[in-house]
Design a protein around this ligand. Structure first.
Ligand code: GN1
Ligand code: MG
Length: 367
């Protein structure tokens, strides 16, 4: 997109300083992100983003959630006299036209702008130390939001609902639009999925019975969704589009799905896919240090289940997209989605072998 067009969009927001440069930032697959640099030394720089409104159909809801979450966290940090608050929570800038609105619509596209956090970095991979810090930070994030006074909207309906994800898969199997259902390796994977389906849907059942609460969760807890300072401490959690009420399993399980796989989620050599118990231990220790105070016994008991649930769910989602003809995730080659699904299935198999070790470690943390 041309520089002048981007500058025009920036000018719709109430920012401080004179814009002197706008350039692409990061490599996100969902939103488009730019860095906006201002001329004055004493004025902040900014991050401009176009929100993908196909993935997030109700951008107004996304931004109302974000406003509620960031202002609540800011209030908590002020109450506890935390220093450097502007680097510990994101600040979105209102539009000039409406001080209550944190986005603008231009030619049917949704744009927002936030303050760029200086001297902070994101990480792509984790070691035990950054996993422990991540666990602590996501636990703190959930703890700070435990008493948020408004109820948040569900920005992607049934996003982490296992029953819904299985139904989506069964629907695409019945329709078979890409003619891939009869492939023998697909049939074998479906057998493994169905074998576990009932057990994997237990969160939804407990939710209906009223024994498992939903809390405000981040719902995209990959390690690259947090900013670190130069001492390897977590400054703040970013990428808040999917913040919504969910079982806490979402944040715990999805971090481990990405952080504790010894290879990337699309690595094609299945014998290299392995669950890294050291990452599990560090993350769990960090998470329980900040979350055990508010977690119910049923939530803690089911952390090993949550660890298995997310690779399982992602296997179902990748296979669904493969059978749909690759409409959701970008693919680099024809079987890419199947490889991803298979990778997640192998991660699940490796996790299942670690159930006793996971349980023992959790008990040890609480003792
Ligand atoms: C998508 O684009 P990214 O990496 O933030 C997806 C996640 C999946 C992930 C798998 C809105 O996340 O739920 O776990 O791909 N986000 C959405 O790579 O569907
Ligand atoms: Mg993301």
């Amino acid at each position: 997109m041309e520089k002048e067009k981007l500058a025009d969009i920036v000018s719709l927001f109430n920012i401080e300083g004179t814009v002197c440069e706008i350039k692409p930032l990061g490599e996100g697959l969902i939103n488009d992100t730019f860095r906006v640099i201002t001329a004055e030394e004493d004025k902040p720089n900014y991050v401009l983003q176009r929100v993908n409104h196909i993935v997030f159909p109700d951008v107004d809801m996304v931004m109302r959630n974000i406003q509620a979450v960031t202002s609540h966290i800011r209030k908590k940090l002020e109450e506890s006299n935390t220093d450097d608050i502007d680097r510990r929570v994101l600040t979105f800038i209102p539009s000039k036209e409406n001080a209550d609105k944190l986005y603008c619509v231009v030619d049917g596209q949704y744009w927002r702008i936030m303050v760029f956090i200086p001297n902070a970095i994101t990480k792509q991979a984790v070691n035990p130390d950054s996993s422990r810090a991540a666990g602590k930070a996501f636990g703190e994030f959930q703890a700070m939001l435990a008493d948020i006074p408004v109820s948040l909207g569900e920005t992607i309906k049934d996003f982490h609902n296992m029953e819904f994800r299985l139904q989506q898969l069964r629907d695409v199997i019945a329709a078979d639009p890409a003619g891939r259902v009869q492939e023998p390796q697909v049939q074998e994977m479906l057998r493994q999925i169905e074998e576990r389906a009932e057990e994997m849907c237990k969160a939804e059942r407990m939710g209906r019975e009223g024994t498992l609460p939903k809390r405000v969760c981040h719902c995209d807890t990959k390690v690259n969704n947090m900013m670190f300072n130069d001492k390897d401490e977590v400054l703040c959690v970013i990428d808040l589009d999917t913040v919504m009420p969910n079982f806490i399993f979402s944040d715990y399980g999805d971090f481990l799905r990405t952080g504790a796989n010894k290879v990337a989620e699309d690595f094609p050599e299945m014998d290299k896919v392995e669950f890294d118990i050291e990452i599990f231990k560090a993350f769990t220790e960090g998470y329980l240090s900040t979350a055990s105070a508010f977690l119910l016994p049923v939530e803690i008991e089911n952390l090993p289940y949550a660890t298995a649930l997310f690779p399982y769910m992602q296997c179902v989602r990748f296979l669904w997209d493969y059978l749909s003809g690759d409409k959701y995730w970008k693919c680099q080659y024809p079987t890419h989605n199947f490889v991803r699904a298979n990778n997640q299935l192998h991660l699940l198999l490796s996790i299942e072998k670690n159930y006793p070790a996971m349980k023992e470690f959790i008990a040890q943390c609480l003792a």
